[in-house]
Design a protein around this ligand. Structure first.
Ligand code: SOE
Length: 385
């Protein structure tokens, strides 16, 4: 594999790939030769390229991991697909639906594996919940709700490319973490969101930039700074309508002190409710109305067969964010080993179709807010339309 764009999440891509044991990390490309050399030394990778085209042209690289800032997802991924390489792209797949659709269509035409890192799907108890709902164990779904809250942008001295529309896209919090929540909500409930009503806010309208971009979760906030006006949202609440008539709602925010990576999803069926919290990811809450509630542990002897392949340790041995991320990468390489043929894609694995869909959801939310808080349909074109 070769990785382009060594920021916060890149180290976890490299780590996950190395855990597979049969994939070589061949090269890294950065924004300059100097930054690529530095990261290559840090990650102990032999080849470093200051130009991503050179990495894509490297005949030893068969799979490209695109972890660049959002605005580079389109050109980098298109170049990789044109070279016939498999691509694993960070979310959001693209900065708007037009670019998302272009990438989805290009990937399908290239007949390679195309994966977008909606990595929370890789948690065993997420798959447990999904399986229970799909098997009808919760009864028909009536309500899907939750939140994804963080605090790493609470300090106005944190200025990341996510707040710059020319690099992050028009949306910030919704594209960055709302995309994860919506993907998980649709994946677990098995239902598509059809329309949305969004209320979007920028709590911190002026940030102070030290020149470059702060890495996500960076704590470096000192030094000379310039004020920058920010228009992209850092807080949003959204009402949802799903295809079967179920309702939903969620909030996202990145300026909410105390909330680190607080993703919560609850799905209420007519007989049973299921709740999963990312920060307590080894437990699944199962709610009943006619018997006591239960908490299922992530234990290989308890989970259903479809979730078992994502559990690697006995009960009571905590698995975490990096393990779930690795589950996604493991499925991605299983698919790649089969040549990326659509019919053998592992069910859990999110593709560019899911990535494109996510850009459509965020777009509907932005439209809803711009229209003054009005319901908007999700406009998504199925492949081949
Ligand atoms: C920063 O908000 C971030 O790193 C996201 O970009 C990731 O997708 C999320 O998993 C954790 O938080």
């Amino acid at each position: 594999m070769g990785l382009i764009g060594p920021g916060f999440v890149a180290a976890h891509h490299v780590d996950a790939v190395r855990r597979l044991g049969d994939v070589d990390v061949v090269a890294i490309a950065g924004s300059s030769q100097q930054s690529a050399d530095r990261k290559a030394r840090e990650y102990k990778v032999e080849r470093a390229y200051g130009d991503y085209h050179a990495l894509i042209a490297d005949p030893d690289v068969q799979v490209i991991h695109n972890t660049t800032p959002n605005y580079l997802h389109l050109p980098v991924t298109l170049a990789a697909l044109a070279a016939g390489k498999h691509v694993i792209s960070d979310k959001p797949l693209a900065v708007n639906p037009a670019e998302g659709r272009t990438l989805r269509d290009a990937a399908m035409a290239a007949k390679v594996a195309h994966v977008v890192t909606f990595n929370y799907r890789g948690n065993p108890l997420v798959q447990q919940a999904r399986g229970m709902i799909a098997r009808g164990e919760s009864g028909a779904v009536s309500f899907v709700h939750g939140h994804y809250l963080q605090d790493w942008m609470s300090d106005p001295n944190v200025y990341s490319w996510r707040s710059d529309p020319s690099k992050g896209g028009t949306s910030s919090a919704l594209g960055d973490i709302g995309s994860h929540w919506c993907d998980l909500a649709e994946h677990v409930s098995g239902l598509k969101i059809t329309s949305v009503l969004a209320d979007i806010t920028t709590v911190i309208p002026v940030r102070y930039s030290a020149g470059g971009s702060a890495e996500a979760f960076s704590t470096k906030t000192t030094g000379e700074r310039e004020p920058v006006t920010v228009e992209a949202e850092d807080l949003a609440s959204v009402l949802l309508r799903f295809e079967n008539g179920s309702k939903g709602c969620f909030s996202v925010g990145q300026v909410l002190p105390g909330h680190k990576n607080d993703l919560v999803l609850e799905v209420n069926g007519l007989t049973t409710s299921l709740k999963w919290k990312q920060e307590q990811q080894n437990e699944l809450w199962i709610g009943h109305s006619k018997q006591p509630n239960a908490v299922m542990a992530k234990d290989p002897s308890l989970v259903s067969p479809d979730a078992l392949r994502y559990v690697h340790l006995p009960g009571g041995h905590q698995e975490s964010w990096a393990d779930a991320f690795c589950n996604l990468i493991r499925d991605a390489y299983a698919w790649i080993a089969e040549g990326g043929a659509p019919e053998v894609k592992p069910t859990m694995l999110p593709t560019f179709n899911d990535g494109y869909r996510s850009t459509c959801l965020v777009d509907a939310m932005l439209r809803s807010h711009a229209a003054g808080g009005v319901w908007q349909q999700v406009e998504f074109a199925a492949a081949g339309e």
